[in-house]
Design a protein around this ligand. Structure first.
Ligand code: ACO
Length: 401
């Protein structure tokens, strides 16, 4: 039997769509995205309006449960989160085992997975109550893991949160409070952080979200699904791009700021270099998040009195790309990651932590998508393939090979 006959006998009709460029994996009521028009909406609310008017916790609630919370619902949600914000002390030993040089995304993914051992009741979510419990637990504990990951890198003592603060302010304090110093709230910093987290909160079926849904579809549990999502986000073609953008801008600055040289490299097909922070699988006009972040970068730097030469380099690259037929023809525009790193840097967040900040923002989106997948009773994710290997052949003994 030849391969062709075998294929038709066993596979029936299989669509091949590498990268799932045209394949819908599910029906979803969470995020609407129109890549041609540059529209992004969570639960029907425009990203522009949410970034301006909402805070991150309200957005998280809306993404996960479908509606913006009223004051009472929001207060209960926040209280439930605060009640779960401790992380077992034994987890510190796991963190201790990592070298300081470990990449924070690897550490975060491992810690998220390790958390299951200390919270086994989060795996079986057969009732609504179990599901709510698992969701609140991870929203409470994940920021502690993020803060610990950063503090370990900086050699600072590991701390817990402050229940008197808002969700995002508490995260900021856990990350940056120095021993023997009072923590002073900086409104500009907290608002910028809030906005960045909102802009990253969901983006329908991207690589990490699809990973979360597919791992969750085996009923592996929320934390295991999230840990896999964090690993998927780590890559430079996905969330890791924000770190790669800043490293690229710094390299251009160190090399004399010659943006034209790097534009030429990006266009040279024999050179693997890509202009990081440019291009998007879905947005073929502009990324609405990039527009908001670009304005925010200007505002935050001005408010903090920072003059950053790499902001000018970034603007220069954008201007050149918008006029360059290579980028115009391929519809390559700045994406969410192009300006976000400049703000993170202004907020004092180390470059290696940028993708962790992305994960922090994406957490409610991953949770919402996982919850939707479970509530819809979606079947286990199991794509097919078209086999292109050898036909049946006889085994060859070791001494005859
Ligand atoms: N610089 C230079 N050329 C590029 C770039 C870029 N950043 N992005 C795409 N291209 C070119 C490709 O070489 C290809 O050219 P060709 O048609 O002559 O072969 C064409 O544009 C299409 O690119 P693909 O890689 O096929 O597009 P795809 O949709 O598969 O990839 C992606 C999208 C991964 C975002 C890509 O644009 C890229 O690598 N960008 C840089 C990394 C980045 O910023 N990632 C963050 C994405 S946003 C997010 O995940 C949060």
């Amino acid at each position: 039997i030849d391969i062709k006959t075998l294929r038709s006998a066993t596979n029936g009709i299989i669509t091949i769509d590498p990268g799932f460029k045209n394949t819908g994996s599910c029906e979803s009521a969470i995020t609407f995205l129109d890549g041609e028009k540059g529209i992004l909406r969570y639960r029907g609310y425009s990203i522009e309006e949410l970034a301006e008017k909402a805070d991150f916790l309200e957005v998280a609630y809306a993404l996960i449960f479908g509606e913006l919370p009223n004051a009472e619902e929001l207060a209960k949600f926040h209280k439930d989160i605060k009640d779960e914000s401790h992380v077992d002390e034994e987890m510190k030993k796991i963190l201790d085992g990592f070298p300081k040089s470990a990449h924070p995304m690897g550490v975060l993914s491992s810690l998220t997975s390790a958390l299951i051992a200390f919270n086994p009741s989060t795996v079986d979510v057969s009732s609504d109550e179990d599901m709510y419990h698992a969701i609140v637990r991870i929203l409470a504990k994940f920021p502690v893991l993020v803060a610990w990951t950063l503090r370990k890198k900086k050699g600072l003592p590991l701390d817990y949160g402050d229940d008197s603060l808002g969700y995002v302010e508490n995260i900021h304090k856990m990350m940056f409070k120095r021993p023997n110093q009072d923590y002073k709230k900086n409104k500009v910093v907290i608002e910028a952080l809030d906005k960045l987290l909102i802009l990253h909160a969901d983006h329908e079926q991207n690589c990490s979200t699809s990973t979360v849904r597919i791992v969750g579809s085996s009923h592996a549990g929320l934390f295991a699904s999230l840990s896999a999502g964090i690993s998927a986000l780590w890559g430079p073609l996905h969330g890791g791009a924000n770190q790669a953008v800043l490293e690229m801008l710094e390299a251009i600055e160190a090399d004399g700021g010659d943006t034209k040289k790097y534009m030429a490299k990006a266009k040279d097909k024999s050179d693997p270099f890509r202009l990081m922070g440019f291009g998007h699988r879905v947005y073929k006009n502009f990324d609405p998040r990039a527009k908001i972040i670009k304005v925010a970068a200007d505002e935050v730097l001005a408010d903090l009195g920072i003059e950053d030469p790499i902001l000018e380099i970034a603007k220069g690259l954008e201007k050149e790309a918008l006029e360059d037929p290579y980028f115009v023809d391929r519809k390559l525009y700045p994406n969410v990651d192009f300006y976000s790193g400049i703000i993170y840097r202004a907020l004092g967040i180390p470059t290696e932590m940028f993708t962790v900040m992305f994960a922090l923002g994406r957490l409610p989106g991953w949770i919402a998508q996982w919850r939707e997948m479970r509530l819809n009773g979606e079947p286990i994710g199991r794509p097919r393939q078209v086999y292109t290997g050898e036909n049946l052949r006889s085994f060859v003994e070791l001494d005859k090979r």
